[in-house]
Design a protein around this ligand. Structure first.
Ligand code: FBP
Ligand code: MN
Length: 643
């Protein structure tokens, strides 16, 4: 081993004892049970529902409560206790309002603190003391540790502990302690979170999801097509930018653009007011709880058309300069007979309805008006100068990747493009051909390059980000074409269909999943593919567990607008030392409902895979890193302290 490196390391471990202590420490960690991984996907801006799943650890909190208090507390009491863990501030208020006098309240405080300490002690049994310490509420670390490690049952000590609790209560610190203990519990039941894509679009609060993830103790992200669209906009792709604004207009979420990210929509509004009228195809999909005035609705409808038309125009030059995107069928504005109001696609002619082509020059349909050009330039400037967006996009880049290999599993939002025979589909980019893992690595390196060069807006890397959103062989999209235009302007439903990559039916087969796992150097019999992106239609009896358990599709649709399609409110997955469990979530309405109701039957678990022997940290990704550290420390020992 490099001596310079070891000399440097010796500055940190400057005695034989220090090296030995660290090795013993790391060895001990290797023998602990594997921590719980929590997988979520397709959050689509549904911050409240996501919060709920995080707070209850996909049912992990109540499970631990049931394990501990099955015999001593009624079901009602256990559920009440669980709600206190999920929403401590609100629940405390509710509970406290029911007490008639201080004595009763103090009695309750004493009991609940003891109960919480028991729960934390149980939930932290897989962690080292030092890891637990980091999870404890800072102001109370010392006190909680005293309470946690009361092993000695002698009466003297009992007195001492009850004094501590009484002191906390009389110093008016009980609420703070309870709140801190609740958040510690939430944190302990999940060791690591995976977000398998699509944080953005459709729902109202993607920014709050990102803020939550930024503060989360341990997380990685597999980008979804919608996340990449936002990354693309920030990286300089005008067509990605047009798309994100179009989708925000479509779902009545322009607040995210204007108020949250501070992007000025005034120039776009002016353009929209000048050229567009009301149009039923472009009215926003309004969430039931929100009410829009007629005037607001009209404004959004106009903006929606203005930005959609800019998008359709911007697509054409990219398709022209990248023939290998194989998207010439998507040069739609060139396929329109503007007099007859008809379009010919895939050899068939259809009448156009709800058309809004006032800014289109039939001779040069891809030409932006001077005004449109200015609007998109200004929007791009604004997007690239939004500090908050920069923070969020940088975080997405730092924690994200197109796919992830983690503890033997392959995590991917969309698909691995396959041909009908189940071979890795090939794509040629600038005379080089890629397939399977290599294709994904290539996509990712283009995306990272585009992100590092936001000043370049028309280069291949930037165009490639758009391809990831909508291209046939994009591992995030995985459909033949995106029929956005058709759904606005053509009545015939046959044109709306988006043919899926063969992956989506081949993934039902175990041998196909094994082949994909092998392509990524993962164990074909032990690994799993964890997939998001396509809503599982429980309603129609679709099973999220496919290919004999090798394939798990966890998009059950947190996205409210899609819940009528799926029949549930999302799947999540838990992977602890005993195995994997898939959790189906019932629809989440509001935290007020949860607080008021004492029946917490929001989720149902299904066993996917059971480990025959309890898995230890040694067998995990982190375990491998620790083993490496140990080996380096051993080298240091030999080199520095053994002669
Ligand atoms: O329902 P909307 O908002 O019109 O979006 C439909 C579009 O979204 C997509 O389904 C992509 O979004 P998802 O990744 O959420 O599936 C496209 O295939 C489709 O064209
Ligand atoms: Mn998706």
């Amino acid at each position: 081993m490099n001596e310079k490196f070891l000399d440097l390391l010796a500055q940190k471990y400057d005695s034989a004892e220090k090296v030995a202590t660290e090795i013993i420490n790391l060895e001990a960690i290797l023998n602990l049970p594997k921590g719980t991984e929590h997988f979520v996907s397709d959050l689509h801006g549904e911050y409240q529902a996501f919060q709920h799943v995080l707070r209850n650890g996909s049912g992990n909190v109540i499970e631990k409560i049931n394990d501990l208090f099955q015999d001593t507390l009624s079901e009602n009491e256990r559920n009440e206790f669980a709600t206190l863990i999920y929403y401590p501030e609100e629940k405390l208020k509710l509970i406290k309002s029911h007490f008639g006098n201080e004595l009763e309240l103090n009695q309750w405080y004493t009991e609940i603190i003891e109960r919480m300490i028991k729960l934390i002690s149980y939930a932290s049994s897989k962690y080292t003391r030092s890891k637990l310490r980091k999870a404890l509420p800072k102001p109370f670390v010392y006190i909680i540790e005293e309470l946690l490690y009361k092993k000695d049952d002698s009466t003297n000590k009992d007195d001492y502990y009850s004094k501590i609790v009484q002191q906390i209560i009389s110093l008016a610190q009980a609420d703070q302690l309870i709140i801190g203990l609740a958040y510690t519990t939430q944190r302990l039941v999940v060791d690591h979170l995976h977000v398998v894509g699509d944080i953005y679009d459709r729902g109202p609060e993607p920014d709050k999801i990102i803020d939550t993830l930024i503060d989360y103790h341990s997380v990685d992200i597999q980008w979804g097509n919608h996340d990449v669209l936002w990354l693309g906009a920030f990286a300089g792709s005008k067509v990605c930018l047009a798309n994100i604004i179009r989708i925000c207009a479509r779902y009545d979420n322009l607040d995210i653009i204007e108020d949250v990210y501070g992007i000025n929509l005034r120039p776009l509004l002016n353009l929209a007011e000048k050229y567009y009228e009301d149009n039923p195809a472009f009215r926003p999909k309004v969430q039931s709880e929100k009410k829009l005035s007629d005037y607001e609705q009209l404004q959004i409808t106009k903006i929606h058309q203005a930005i959609a038309m800019i998008q359709f125009k911007l697509e054409i030059p990219i398709i022209k300069r990248r023939p290998y995107f194989n998207m010439s069928e998507r040069r739609l504005l060139e396929k329109i007979d503007y007099e007859k109001k008809e379009i010919t696609i895939h050899g068939k002619t259809y009448p156009l309805e709800n058309s809004c082509f006032a800014t289109v020059n039939p001779m040069q349909p891809d030409r932006l008006l001077e005004e449109e050009q200015q609007v998109i330039e200004k929007l791009l400037f604004s997007v690239q100068h939004s500090e908050k967006l920069a923070r969020h996009m940088n975080f997405l880049m730092k924690k994200g990747s197109l796919y992830l290999k983690y503890n033997g599993n392959l995590l991917i939002h969309g698909c691995i493009p396959l041909d009908e025979e189940g071979n890795m589909e090939k794509m040629t980019i600038e005379n080089k051909t890629y397939g399977g893992r290599e294709l994904l690595d290539t996509f990712e390196s283009y995306l990272r390059y585009a992100f590092e060069h936001p000043e370049m807006t028309d280069d291949l890397a930037t165009d490639m980000v758009w391809y990831l959103w909508t291209g046939e062989y994009s591992s995030l999209f995985g459909k033949r074409e995106m029929t956005t235009f058709e759904r606005y302007f053509i009545k015939e439903k046959e044109t709306h269909k988006e043919g899926k990559n063969p992956y989506y039916y081949l993934r039902e087969k175990e041998e196909i999943c094994q082949k994909i796992l092998a392509e990524f150097d993962l164990h074909p019999e032990q690994g799993h593919i964890i997939n998001g992106h396509t809503p599982v239609k429980e309603i129609d009896g679709e099973n999220p567990i496919k290919a004999n358990g090798r394939m798990l599709v966890i998009d059950g649709g947190f996205s409210k607008p899609y819940q009528s399609v799926t029949g549930i409110a999302g799947y999540t997955l838990l992977y602890n030392s005993y195995g994997m469990q898939l959790v189906a979530h019932k629809q989440f309405h509001s935290k007020e409902d949860v607080l008021g109701d004492t029946t917490d039957v929001l989720s149902v678990k299904r066993l996917v895979d059971k480990e025959l022997v309890r898995k230890k940290v040694r067998e995990t990704n982190i375990g491998k890193e620790i083993l490496q550290e140990i080996s380096i420390l051993n080298s240091l020992r030999e080199y520095r302290y053994m002669n």
